[in-house]
Write a protein that binds this ligand. Structure first.
Ligand code: HEC
Ligand code: HEC
Ligand code: HEC
Length: 381
């Protein structure tokens, strides 16, 4: 558990272990029932409408998230960390790659062999208390949630469930060669092979903003625990970005005090999860962000920080643009190629070129302004 952050309070611990927030007795009777209890043919391992377990087993990277731990890169990371034996047995790795390995036996229903990888219950919550009754027609969703199923329909709850494994990494792991982790809820939800449909209005921008505010909360928590010179520019960059959003302008304090920012970011994430975006709002946000090219023009500025800013700005542009495009935006190819170029430039950690980035961002701004002129009057989606 030690590698986990605030999320352990907010989400994962709900299923992982007894915590103060959870209340001892509830947890004691809330046990894991395992993937196989979800995947029987009459349930989620059935026909086209009930094939969640099949999609998961065939396509989802979480089903094989433990597999990488036996491979060369992992063994090198493990060696650098002084981990003896199989990394899958070590909490520093299995907490994210195969969490059931680290759960004590009394949190499983009788005789259950812990699942490998990231299983259904790592996202949906320990199922013992709701498994039997959640399909009954006389039971409403809120009752199932009260019995411990995690509400992933709530975008804030969804962000909390993913961010725990997808952002904060102990610095020792990064130094040992683990790739840095980046959290962007909208894109990562799209990238997970879909075993559910979610076509709610403005889901993309909502998920993006909720996810980024959640990320800021987690980063603030991490930095409040221990200063980390490597991580700090990422935090600064995200604050910079979110202060350019309508919610961020009112919600986020102008402070470097991490606990205050943590609290404010959490509040912002909750609000962002509820906030619908009109087409006009998406356009206005995109215009505001593309007008930031001036921020990349100062040759004197700290290049590391600029690269980190680019790194959070590009996914923002990408997610907002994707939402706008659905309505058939003109200048599509210009916008897309600019975003693609920005993406490649932003990925260049070693040799980030702020001037080129600024220039391309300026081109995007021009292409987008044409979009704004020729798009019909905004409608509430
Ligand atoms: C905080 C959660 C977390 C912890 C702890 C963690 N990982 Fe990871 N790891 C991830 C995530 C998430 C990814 C996928 C990153 C991506 O693709 O964006 C990943 C990716 C990797 C990769 C690269 C996989 C690839 O396809 O390139 C390796 C190797 C790896 N982890 C090994 C380890 C080892 C070994 C440990 C223990 C020393 C460990 N991880 C601990 C979350 C974690
Ligand atoms: C990485 C996280 C993750 C894992 C692992 C995962 N799910 Fe989900 N699942 C989600 C999210 C997010 C949703 C969307 C919830 C919503 O909108 O109500 C979802 C939705 C569902 C739904 C609702 C489908 C619908 O159309 O309403 C079912 C059923 C489901 N999951 C079953 C499973 C089963 C069975 C497994 C394991 C084989 C599993 N999930 C593994 C994240 C996950
Ligand atoms: C218990 C930890 C855990 C949770 C919770 C979790 N993931 Fe993951 N996820 C991982 C690990 C570990 C990997 C890397 C697997 C590998 O590379 O082998 C991964 C990989 C992925 C990938 C493929 C790599 C990438 O970054 O594109 C996507 C997409 C993804 N997760 C999305 C999600 C989403 C969306 C949620 C929440 C609904 C979620 N995950 C929740 C641990 C987790």
């Amino acid at each position: 558990m030690k590698a986990l952050t605030l999320l352990s309070l907010l989400s994962l611990s709900l299923s992982f272990s007894a915590t103060a927030a959870d209340g001892g007795e509830i947890v004691a009777s809330r046990k894991f029932t395992g993937n196989q209890s979800c995947g029987t043919t009459g349930c989620h391992g059935g026909g086209t409408l009930h094939n969640e377990s099949i999609i998961y087993a065939r396509k989802d990277p979480h089903a094989i998230a433990h597999g990488i731990l036996g491979k060369g890169t992992s063994l090198r990371i493990a060696e650098a960390l002084g981990i003896k034996g199989d990394p899958i047995k070590d909490v520093q790795c299995n907490v994210c790659h195969s969490p059931m390995q680290g759960v004590s036996a009394d949190l499983f229903v009788k005789d259950l062999k812990p699942d490998l990888g990231v299983g259904c219950e790592s996202c949906h919550g320990a199922a013992e208390n709701w498994l039997r009754f959640h399909t009954r027609s006389d039971v409403v969703f809120s009752q199932i949630i009260a019995a411990g199923m995690r509400d992933l329909n709530d975008i804030y709850g969804r962000a909390n469930s993913c961010v725990g494994c997808h952002l904060n990494l102990d610095d020792s792991l990064r130094k040992a060669g683990h790739p840095e982790l980046f959290f962007e809820l909208d894109g990562q939800c799209m990238a997970q092979p879909p075993h559910y449909k979610d076509a709610r209005p403005s889901l993309g921008p909502r998920s993006w903003l909720t996810g980024q505010a959640t990320a800021l909360r987690e980063m603030s928590w991490k930095l409040s625990q221990k200063n980390d010179e490597h991580f700090l520019p990422r935090w600064k960059a995200l604050v910079w970005l979110l202060q350019k959003t309508e919610l961020g302008k009112t919600e986020l304090p102008a402070t470097e005090a991490f606990p205050a920012m943590q609290k404010a970011a959490d509040e912002m994430a909750r609000k962002a999860s509820q906030k619908l975006w009109t087409t006009a709002a998406v356009q206005a946000q995109l215009r505001e962000l593309s007008a930031l090219h001036g921020d990349f023009e100062g040759a004197q500025s700290d290049k590391t920080l600029l690269q980190r800013k680019a790194e959070v700005l590009v996914p923002a542009l990408d997610r907002l643009w994707r939402d706008l495009r659905k309505g058939g935006a003109p200048n599509q190819s210009e916008c897309e190629s600019a975003i693609q170029t920005l993406h490649l430039l932003a990925m260049d950690h070693e040799d980030f070129d702020p001037a080129k980035f600024a220039n391309t961002l300026g081109q995007l701004k021009v292409a987008l302004s044409a979009t704004a002129q020729s798009t019909p009057a905004p409608k509430l989606k």
